[in-house]
Design a protein around this ligand. Structure first.
Ligand SMILES: *Cc1c(COP(=O)(O)O)cnc(C)c1O
Length: 219
């Protein structure tokens, strides 16, 4: 099916209250424009340089989400425009985002990435560390970043029960923190292979790449 056909199909499937982020990493600008022409405006990338180039070249009403792991020295390139940073995993990174956002007089919304999968390859922090960041004096003094929720990636497996268990754990953690931090609104979980399960488990934001744009070719 075409990119616009795929987007239409997914949008028809997902309930209101769930935001679709079209993950366009490795894909050409023309593919993004095909989705844009259909009215889609929110795209996600996992590399700062690639996202910045696309931001420069494409219509300025696109909202750009950084979904990948962020190196501190790259924050300055996206601070002017990034709409949401999904994978914050340290106070040090948050401090750098604060510093760079201030230069543009912006407040950048961020999510803390919680490690819910068993694989060691996945980034993210545990719940205690997330709490310690939220409770820290350093964070309480920041005025240019706002932690608005959590992000997580489930284990890459066919075992639906395992995925469901990991998403349920993240949802419970999210609700717990949301009851104490009123900035919390967003739970980013679910990708092409598991977004339907994620929605059943309470996701408010899904990050879908290959089911929209087709398989990625990294050569
Ligand atoms: C690539 C990526 C996605 C999208 O993956 P698909 O399986 O292609 O939908 C979602 N989230 C993150 C963090 C990614 O890096």
């Amino acid at each position: 099916m075409s990119i616009s056909g795929n987007i239409k199909k997914i949008k028809a499937e997902i309930p209101t209250g769930v935001t679709l982020i079209a993950i366009s990493k490795t894909k050409p600008e023309n593919d993004i424009l095909e989705a844009y022409d259909l009215g889609h405006r929110i795209f996600g990338e996992n590399k700062v340089q690639e996202m910045t180039e696309k931001w420069e070249n494409l219509p300025k009403d696109i909202k750009w989400h950084m979904v990948g792991h962020v190196q501190r020295n790259k924050v300055k390139y996206m601070a002017e425009f990034v709409d949401l940073i999904h994978a914050v995993d340290s106070l040090k990174l948050l401090k750098e985002i604060e510093k760079q956002a201030k230069k543009y007089d912006r407040t950048i919304p961020c999510l803390l990435q919680i490690k819910i999968a068993e694989e060691d390859t996945k980034y993210g922090i545990d719940v205690d560390k997330a709490e310690s960041i939220l409770k820290s004096d350093a964070y309480s003094q920041m005025t240019h970043v706002k932690i608005v929720g959590l992000m997580g990636m489930a284990t890459f497996t066919e075992k639906e029960e395992k995925i469901r268990k990991e998403f349920n754990f993240l949802k419970t953690t999210f609700e717990n923190l949301k009851s104490r931090y009123n900035s919390f609104s967003t739970l980013s979980m679910g990708m092409s292979g598991d977004y339907k399960i994620a929605i059943e488990c309470g996701s408010t934001m899904i990050r879908v790449g290959s089911s929209i744009f087709g398989e990625r070719n990294y050569n």
